[in-house]
Design a binder for this molecule. Structure first.
Ligand SMILES: Nc1ncnc2c1ncn2[C@@H]1O[C@H](COP(=O)(O)OP(=O)(O)OP(=O)(O)O)[C@@H](O)[C@H]1O
Ligand SMILES: [Mg+2]
Length: 266
């Protein structure tokens, strides 16, 4: 059984069928890039894997356990819990403007810890007491993660005081701090000026490790080629072609893949 097994995912919005049966496997430590033209359902697929959208058909298994089946109903609480295993970094950072870089990371950690204590049915006053120490630990841990993405000297800056690339690195630190099993990126550099994309791509590349699997929707073909173990080319809500970077970028015979990649030829 693969680490992540995505099976037969369908999604429609009203009459618009966006995903028409998506199947793929991903192993721990692997990086998967998803490429394809605009409007083909790449973001929708990531959102279904993160349960920000609920697939109409299909199942998802992670680490030997079925975490989603479209046949079942889930409460918001259940969805939040499985979302902790699957981080998502958005195109537009989605930081809280009223909080510093450090607070943006610690807030996510504190909420997660508090939810876990609630789940263990620990009462209000005991929880308050425990959270005091946990919050202190979270600050130190958040600092170490912000250090990892090269922002230790910016921890007290507010998002408006940071460049786009720095804001995206805070968003990456926030997602990473929750220790997800899968980390997803939806065009992490598309809102950035070209001179800022390099620093973000470098950080993502450095995150590649045997502990985590990553799924990256990107239009940065050079980056996808460098970082990926697998590539999916999506067209019309389906996986048109899937393979190693070599199979997709060097050896593809598929006319749709070739036409798409032709747009990026230098
Ligand atoms: N919440 C929604 N309600 C209705 N339609 C939606 C919704 N989300 C996405 N869609 C539609 O689904 C289709 C696929 O959108 P999606 O954002 O997944 O494409 P994409 O491949 O990520 O495109 P891009 O490369 O431009 O980001 C589009 O036609 C879009 O309008
Ligand atoms: Mg998109």
């Amino acid at each position: 059984m693969a680490f992540l097994e995505v099976r037969n995912i369908h999604k429609q919005f009203g009459d618009l069928v966006v995903l028409k049966g998506i199947d793929f496997d991903l192993e721990r430590g692997e990086v998967l890039s998803i490429i394809g033209s605009s409007g083909n359902g790449k973001t929708t697929l990531l959102r279904c894997i993160n349960f920000l959208e609920i697939a109409s058909v299909g199942t998802i298994a992670l680490d030997g356990e079925e975490i989603f089946s479209a046949d079942k109903k889930y409460t918001d609480k259940e969805l939040t819990k499985i979302q902790h295993d699957i981080g998502l970094v958005f195109q537009s950072f989605n930081l809280f403007p009223q909080y510093t870089a450090l607070q943006n990371v610690t807030l996510a950690l504190d909420v997660k810890a508090e939810n876990e204590l609630k789940e263990q049915k620990i009462g209000y006053f005991q929880r308050k007491k425990l959270m005091k120490d946990i919050k202190k630990e979270n600050i130190e841990y958040a600092k170490s993660i912000l250090d990892k993405v090269g922002l230790i000297d910016k921890i007290d800056y507010y998002p408006c005081q940071l460049s786009g690339g720095q804001q995206q690195r805070v968003a990456i630190a926030r997602a990473l701090s929750l220790k997800p099993k899968i980390l997803c990126f939806d065009e992490p550099t598309s809102a950035l000026d070209p001179e800022l994309t390099g620093e973000v791509l470098r950080v993502i590349k450095e995150l590649k490790s045997p502990e985590i699997a990553m799924i990256i929707v990107t239009h940065e073909m050079k980056f996808a080629k460098e970082v990926s173990d697998k590539v999916i080319f999506m067209a019309d809500g389906l996986i048109e072609e899937m393979g190693t970077t070599e199979q997709i970028f060097e050896k593809s015979q598929n006319p749709k893949t070739l036409a798409f990649l032709g747009n990026f030829a230098e």
